[in-house]
Design a protein around this ligand. Structure first.
Ligand code: NAP
Length: 340
């Protein structure tokens, strides 16, 4: 079965990888179109050796489209995703606009693909990038020993801020390399080159960032378990692509390092890289361009009876965004869960 597809936000950091992932996975499309802001309308865009012209995001553009892969800012998605759904498409939305809506499934296929059986608004939300890689690693461990509490610290790449986040880091590194003045900061909260930013997101009155609250709320929704406590600290580091996470997990039941390693090794979408003697450690650089979630540094928490520490890395533009969205589309097509 092949379907008609529209890629919305096709010119962005996620949109670019979306095109790559669709091509690599040979996604079965009967027709495809690419949409972006008025700034890009009329410009050429290449896909699978063919040239397309970028179209505007308006209701007529979605006529006959079955699946929309959307990666625009949340303020745009609030308007455009219902527009596409109204035209009859299922929209897989990468923004934060719809994730906590009770009528919108929030899906990581390795964890809760079944949630795709019911899509009341015609919109499926793709979770936050930091949450996706964390739940892929947590799910097999939760099934084994039931997670009580997670304490997570993230080390997030500049591309999480979109194309502008990467350009800014690159420009800073180039300026520093040439001994020149670093250009004014506009994308990140402060100079990222040579720095770590624990405040690269808007902080709420409780002192937590939007990113941290997303990790708390989205984990409960995807795992289908409100009892899981998540205590996060998110930080931006001078890495182009690939988020790393140090995750401490407390379980209700005993679990050994060997059991955890075995369960993770057998889990779909997970690669265990955990042989220190062989130099096997998940690194942002080696995970860039890969679709899997990499887990290493699996070790016992020596301070509590049932605890583990793990290190989890994934490409934030792939598994954290485009790959997860395309996997959702693949499930919809394979199961025939389309509209109309
Ligand atoms: N980067 C990540 O790691 C990541 C991970 C998960 C989720 N997300 C989410 O995915 C979405 C896209 O992120 P990104 O990193 O790809 O951002 P980006 O690089 O800034 O790209 C944004 C895209 O949206 C379009 N757009 C911007 N303003 C628009 C407007 N007013 N009307 C119509 N289209 C507009 C842009 O088109 P033009 O090029 O024409 O301006 C571009 O195609 C965001 O909601 C983000 O939170 C990002």
């Amino acid at each position: 079965m092949s379907v008609s597809v529209a890629v919305v936000g096709a010119t962005g950091a996620v949109g670019e990888i979306m095109r790559q992932v669709l091509a690599e996975r040979n996604f079965p499309f009967s027709s495809i179109k690419f949409l972006a802001s008025e700034r890009s309308v009329g410009k050429p865009i290449d896909f699978k050796g063919k040239r397309y012209i970028i179209e505007a995001i308006r209701p007529e553009a979605f006529a006959g489209v079955q699946i929309v892969l959307s990666s625009t800012p949340a303020s745009v998605s609030r308007e455009t995703s219902p527009m596409a759904a109204k035209a009859g498409a299922i929209v897989i939305d990468n923004s934060s606009a719809w994730r906590m809506d009770p009528d919108v499934p929030l899906v990581v296929p390795e964890v809760n693909a079944d949630a795709l059986r019911n899509i009341p608004k015609g919109i499926v939300a793709n979770p936050n990038c930091s949450t996706i890689q964390m739940v892929v690693a947590l799910k097999p461990l939760h099934d084994l020993a039931k997670i009580k509490r997670v304490v997570v610290a993230t080390y997030q790449a500049s591309s999480g801020k979109g194309a502008k986040g990467v350009y800014e880091l690159d420009a800073q590194i180039t300026a520093i390399g040439k001994g020149e003045k670093v250009p004014p900061v506009t994308a990140h909260a402060a100079q990222l080159a040579g720095n770590v930013l624990p405040h690269d997101w808007k902080l709420g009155e409780d002192g937590y960032s939007e990113e941290e609250i997303k990790m708390v709320m989205e984990t409960k929704k995807i795992m289908g378990d409100d009892s899981i406590q998540v205590s996060p600290t998110t930080a931006r580091v001078p890495v182009r692509t690939g988020h790393s996470e140090a995750i401490n997990i407390e379980f209700e039941r005993p679990i050994t390092v060997e059991q955890a390693r075995e369960a993770l090794s057998k889990s779909p979408g997970v690669i265990v890289l955990d042989d220190y003697a062989k130099g096997e450690v998940p690194l942002a650089l080696t995970c860039e361009g890969r679709d899997e979630t990499f887990v290493g540094r699996i070790r016992k928490d020596l301070t509590i009876p049932n605890g583990l520490n793990i290190w989890v890395v994934a490409d934030n533009l792939r598994k954290g965004a485009a790959t997860n969205a395309v996997q959702i589309a693949e499930v919809l097509v394979a199961c025939g869960w389309l509209r109309g």
